[in-house]
Design a protein around this ligand. Structure first.
Ligand SMILES: Cc1cc2nc3c(=O)[nH]c(=O)nc-3n(C[C@H](O)[C@H](O)[C@H](O)COP(=O)(O)OP(=O)(O)OC[C@H]3O[C@@H](n4cnc5c(N)ncnc54)[C@H](O)[C@@H]3O)c2cc1C
Length: 467
């Protein structure tokens, strides 16, 4: 069978699916191809959503244990976890969201969704194969949104069934008594805290001198301390050498910060050592598309080195976030539909690490602002003095607003507090609109909410500056 379309979109994750919908809404003929079980990509099936479903159970688990603090007497102090119910809840949410995405695409008459593996055969042709059919596609333009896959370094013993990656751990059928996590990035930190709350003895090994290398150093250090206080054993400057399996035990051998050989005995290992662009089997060798292990090379309008072939999302490299993939895809769809488009700059991206407490990031860190030669000042606010934080009992936190001293415009927002995730919409607007701190201070923020922290932080520097 063969078919001709204006746009072929390869990959139905947060990059590909919204792009397909936007192009179809503009009246274009679009084919969206997905090789997985449904639409949603890594985000839905192996990433954002399942990990946050686990996190929500962990949060409620902790809250129940802390109920007495809030004047609540539970009939029993023994809160237990029914893991199979957690997995079932996850399955149902994923299924519902995937079906909803498919219904959305089905509403567009010019959009065809095909399940199967897509391989480019040339600059205008591709083949899609699934168990029942083979479709040859002729396209005018293609958008690659094939995402990323876990990167596992070649360490001896990584291929054992009790060594998990970020995908397989989300389907683990039990809570391991011990869990060694290799990698102290966002995924390692989030899952480390979740499994620690569920009762695993968690050890985290990080190759660098601190966890969360891309996060403001002060916030990352505070979180590291909190994780240690909660019983997570953290080794920084740790080089994993081998994973050895012996009977029911797994030995993780590593060189510690002092260069000494050390080992941890564990029941399970989670390797979260980064992600790589997913280009395997895509047929890029049949085109002029160039890529490296960082991602497919694209220009500022997301066109690859092959004219007419574009790429969005994780497959283009960092930053690797669902909302970033969607933002790129929607901007590209606008441009391809002939509308005036402003492509987002990575410096205006926002992100949340769903640690406990949450960390929100928008715009530049102090270090990045320094490197960019910007003359800046930092407005700070400690959440221990915050009304809302005192009410919820989550007073551990700090807000830093970075602003340009000359223009007074906000260029970075960095927050660590439980609830930070919900503050990031405001942070994103502050950065995007480059609002001056005086305008921020003049906006009435409701009391008692965590949003007041923005005003409190900038007011404190404004009063110092007016003295
Ligand atoms: C554990 C974990 C937690 C995360 N948490 C968050 C979070 O909280 N917030 C956040 O913003 N991001 C989070 N992320 C990152 C987020 O999942 C990704 O950034 C996002 O999914 C990228 O979207 P994408 O569309 O580029 O790629 P993907 O979501 O990976 O989608 C790519 C799709 O392409 C399909 N595909 C690949 N090759 C082919 C082919 N040849 N033919 C047909 N189809 C193909 C794949 O099956 C996949 O469905 C998390 C990731 C992980 C692993």
């Amino acid at each position: 069978m063969s078919q001709a379309v204006e746009f072929l979109i390869i990959g139905g994750g947060p990059g590909g699916t919204p792009t397909a919908l936007a192009l179809a809404s503009a009246g274009k003929s679009v084919m969206l191809v997905e090789k997985g079980p449904g639409l949603g990509g890594t985000c839905l099936f192996e990433g954002c959503i399942p990990s946050k479903i686990f996190r929500e159970t962990a949060r409620r688990f902790r809250e129940l244990k802390e109920a007495r603090q809030f004047g609540l007497c539970l009939p029993t102090q023994d809160v237990t976890l029914n893991w199979s119910d957690v997995l079932q809840r996850k399955r149902l949410i994923l299924q519902k969201r995937s079906e909803a995405a498919l219904h959305k695409t089905a509403r567009h008459t010019t959009l065809t969704t095909v399940f199967g593996h897509c391989r480019l055969l040339g600059s205008n042709t591709a083949v899609i194969k699934n168990e029942t059919e083979e479709i040859n596609v002729h396209f005018e333009k293609a958008i690659i949104s094939t995402g990323s896959v876990p990167f596992i370094p070649s360490i001896r013993g990584c291929d054992h069934p009790r060594v998990y990656d970020s995908e397989s751990i989300l389907n683990i059928d039990h809570i391991p008594p011990q869990l060694v996590i290799v990698g102290g990035g966002p995924i390692g930190v989030e899952l480390g805290q979740i499994f620690n709350t569920f009762g695993s003895k968690v050890s985290l090994l990080e190759r660098s001198s601190r966890i969360l290398g891309s996060v403001d150093e002060e916030l990352a250090n505070r979180l590291q301390q909190k994780m240690s206080d909660d019983g997570i054993e953290i080794f920084t400057d740790a080089q994993v050498k081998a994973i050895i399996h012996s009977g029911q035990s797994v030995f993780v051998n590593f060189d510690n910060a002092q260069g000494e050989q050390q080992h941890i005995i564990t029941a399970a290992v989670l390797m979260v050592t980064g992600r790589r662009p997913n280009v395997e089997g895509l047929g890029l060798e049949n085109t002029a598309v160039q890529y490296s292990h960082h991602g497919i090379n694209v220009n500022e309008t997301l066109e690859t080195t092959q004219a007419g072939i574009y790429a969005v999302g994780d497959v283009t490299g960092q930053p690797m976030f669902a909302h970033w993939a969607t933002a790129q895809g929607l901007a590209l769809a606008r441009q391809l539909a002939g509308k005036k488009t402003a492509f987002a700059a990575a410096e205006t991206n926002t992100a949340v690490i769903f640690s406990e407490p949450e960390i929100g990031i928008a715009g530049l860190t102090e270090q990045q602002a320094k490197q960019a030669g910007i003359h800046f000042q930092v407005a700070r606010y400690e959440f221990k003095q915050d009304a809302r934080a005192q009410i919820t009992g989550h007073t551990d936190g700090l807000l830093k607003i970075i602003f340009d001293i000359n223009s007074h415009r906000v260029i970075g927002v960095h927050i660590m507090v439980e609830g930070a995730a919900e503050l990031m919409g405001e942070a994103a607007l502050l950065i995007k609109t480059a609002i001056p701190i005086e305008a921020l201070a003049a906006a009435i923020h409701p009391h008692p909410t965590l949003t007041e922290s923005f005003v409190m932080a900038v007011r404190s520097v404004m009063s110092q500056r007016s003295r």
